[in-house]
Design a protein around this ligand. Sequence first.
Ligand SMILES: [Zn+2]
Length: 126
Amino acid sequence: MSKVVTLKAFFEEARSGRLTGIRCGRCGEIAIPPKEFCPACQERAWEPVPLDGHGTIASFTVIRVPPRGRAEEAPYAVAVVKLDEGVSLLGRILDIPLDALKVGMPVRFRPLIRDEQTVVAFGPSQ
Ligand SMILES: [Zn+2]
């Protein structure tokens, strides 16, 4: 993988089932998806860091009125997932019943692939 993690590279990796964050070479902050400057120290000294994709649900929202063109997918949930590496990421929830969702539930990254588009999603941890 190249040294520079762009959003494009992030989604290409995600499409293959790999979650990649970036770690600030100055202060150690991890960011995902990639940002231009470190939100903690404003440096631009990113190094790619592979993430294992395991985490827990920090919060979630059930979407009942979806964006236009996605009506057939509702209702569905989006969650903020705190990864084991300590960084949080927003993603769609797949294959977990909405009424079973709980804060603290373990989940695992997996890509949701729609044609050319790759969406960050999380499914059951097992
Ligand atoms: Zn930093």
